[in-house]
Design a protein around this ligand. Structure first.
Ligand SMILES: [Ca+2]
Ligand SMILES: [Ca+2]
Length: 97
């Protein structure tokens, strides 16, 4: 193996090492699927650990607890009458952003 040839630890199909030494994305990042990639780039003489942290963005679709909410209101209700409070959660909620 020449000094220009490196091996990137397998298991990572998302990040690719070019012969020039540049790492590029080869797949889509998804924080909820994998928030950190730990790559080992090595040749015969040395190896280097590269840690790539994926930053979370608010990209997950909110899910409501019910598919339909049915509300009954009397006619002539005053303005500002409470109607319903909806609560939705998504995979991004607990990670802040
Ligand atoms: Ca995501
Ligand atoms: Ca996300």
């Amino acid at each position: 193996m020449s000094s220009q040839e490196f091996i990137v630890s397998a298991c990572c199909h998302v990040i690719r090492l070019c012969l020039s030494g540049i790492l590029t994305l080869a797949g889509r990042l998804d924080y909820e699927a994998c928030s950190q990639y730990r790559l080992v780039v090595a040749d015969d003489d040395t190896s280097q650990l590269i840690i790539v942290d994926v930053l979370n963005v608010n990209d997950e679709t909110p899910q409501f607890s019910q598919s339909v909410y049915h509300v009954f209101l009397s006619e002539h209700c005053p303005l500002h009458t409470f109607v319903i409070q909806l609560v939705a959660t998504d995979a991004d909620s607990c990670h802040g952003n």
